[in-house]
Design a binder for this molecule. Structure first.
Ligand code: GDP
Ligand code: GDP
Length: 437
């Protein structure tokens, strides 16, 4: 499972500037629309060929001028619980503040490696200011300027050196890994208990080879699968459950370590912002998806019409990706619990499906001929051949064309839909590439 780096610190020290630099995201793609993922909070970084995830815990604090100390405290506790390395950012132009000292107090007690980052060291003179941060008791301050990028390469070297030597967990590759994710109280623990029963029929329990990332293997009702450990099966820690972003950060590792995510929604609440954020994490990590509308026992009118309305509302909120199964279930009464596992397995099979090249061409080329890509600047675009790439995380198809650059998004969507119609790929994202013939 991947490594996770969390950036913490009080407002205005430069956390989001550092986050942007590490993840190379630009403000332009930050989506400020309420209720959708603000991309600055979670991103992927790569250094010396090693990929890891970065979260800016401050990104969730909505109004940073008016932030409560309590909120920062929880943010830090959450980071300590979830991350492999913590970047504690302070501001050399401002010096040590009370809030810095409080945060340092929590971090000194944590077992997670902490790097004290003295940001805004835009000039050599400012390095002298950094000396006062020794008083925080977290060792040498590491001077950088997130704005200019100076020092950030060395910082990344240091980050990599702090990662636990990843003893790759010995999970069997052809057994699906499922993660149950969702916001607090959606019913994650309940459904996991329903899956595995009280007796916990554990085949293998590979504990903590990489920290607390745990794949537990179950062999139940004819299904053989790993459940990726989440807050649900871990001992519940009440620390930060009331934070809006709690379940999002908690989900990151589980999602990254899974093949298929079982996203729990609460039937009595519908799709809310936090659900969308988790959904977006699933998408960005290219995982399979099963949506479970849980607590269906609490819904009085269970008619087909009501179900259809529910389904449509969910697909509308999660568009443009809409080809995933939705199951109405109850962890409490165990209604359709079996169906959830069965469907997760089907999604796994879809995600690992190989379509023979001959079949692809037989089916797709006539469709393309009947509805070719629109010509561009008087040039005709011809697609001659299609094949599925081997060994990819999700089904990926390459169409070879004479003028690939003129094949636009709507046409790619058309190709994707046709592939989905013909071969059951429900629940898995797919890639469509157009390349030069
Ligand atoms: P956050 O609230 O901790 O996420 O802080 P931001 O990243 O939003 O930065 C707060 C302010 O500090 C912004 O005006 C940044 O442009 C500025 N800033 C960030 N990094 C640096 C730096 O390395 N040098 C200087 N001079 N300013 C910086
Ligand atoms: P988690 O925080 O996502 O792990 O949620 P829990 O499994 O702890 O469930 C939260 C609350 O919802 C508990 O009081 C459960 O008993 C209740 N709950 C979970 N699933 C169902 C369900 O299908 N129907 C009903 N009525 N209650 C449920």
């Amino acid at each position: 499972m991947g490594n996770l780096v969390a950036i913490v610190g009080r407002p205005n020290v430069g956390k989001s500037t550092l986050f942007n630099r590490l993840t190379k995201t630009r403000q332009a793609i930050v989506n400020e629309q309420a209720g959708t993922t603000r991309d600055r909070q979670y991103g992927k970084s790569e250094w010396l060929g090693k990929e890891f995830s970065v979260v800016d815990t401050g990104g969730w604090v909505v109004n940073s001028d008016d932030v409560f100390e309590e909120e920062i405290r929880k943010q830090v506790l959450l980071a300590v619980e979830e991350a492999d390395v913590i970047l504690f950012v302070v501001d050399v132009m401002n010096g040590v503040t009370d809030l810095d000292a409080q945060v340092a107090g929590i971090l000194r007690r944590s077992k997670t490696p902490v790097i004290l980052v003295a940001n805004k060291t835009d000039s050599n003179e400012l390095q002298y200011n950094a000396a006062e941060f020794y008083s925080l008791g977290l060792g040498d301050p590491f001077c950088i300027s997130a704005m200019s990028g100076s020092g950030t390469g060395d910082l990344l070297d240091l980050v990599l050196s702090k990662f636990r030597k990843n003893v790759e967990e010995t999970v069997e590759e052809d057994i699906p890994r499922f993660a149950v994710v969702g916001r607090p109280n959606a019913g994650k623990s309940s459904i996991i208990n329903a899956f595995i029963g009280e007796e916990r029929n554990i085949v293998t329990d590979i504990a903590g080879t990489t920290r607390d990332s745990i794949y537990t293997r179950y062999d139940k009702f004819g299904f053989d699968f790993y459940l990726v450990d989440t807050a649900g099966i871990r001992k519940k820690n009440k620390v930060s459950e009331d934070l809006e972003y709690y379940s999002v950060i908690r989900s990151i590792r589980a999602i990254e370590g899974s093949d298929v995510c079982i996203l729990m929604l609460d039937a009595t609440r519908g799709v809310e912002g936090q659900d969308l954020n988790i959904f977006s994490l699933i998408q960005r990590n290219q995982k399979g998806l099963v949506v479970v509308v849980n607590k269906w026992d609490l819904v009085e009118d269970k008619s087909a019409k009501v179900m259809k309305t529910f389904e449509e509302a969910i697909r509308n909120r999660l568009a443009p990706f809409t080809d995933f199964p939705i199951i109405f279930a109850s962890a409490l009464t165990k209604q359709r619990i079996f169906k959830v596992l069965e469907t997760a397995k089907e999604v796994y099979l879809a995600k690992t499906k190989r379509i023979p090249t001959a079949r692809l061409n037989e089916e797709m080329l006539p469709l393309i001929e009947a509805y070719p890509p629109p010509s561009n600047k008087g040039k005709y675009i011809k697609i001659k051949y299609v094949t599925q790439l081997p060994n990819t995380q999700i089904p990926s198809f390459v169409f070879f064309a004479n003028l690939p650059q003129y094949v636009k998004e709507p046409y790619k969507r058309f190709l994707e839909n046709k592939i989905r119609e013909r071969w059951d790929l429900c629940g898995t994202p797919i890639n469509i590439f157009i390349r030069q013939k």
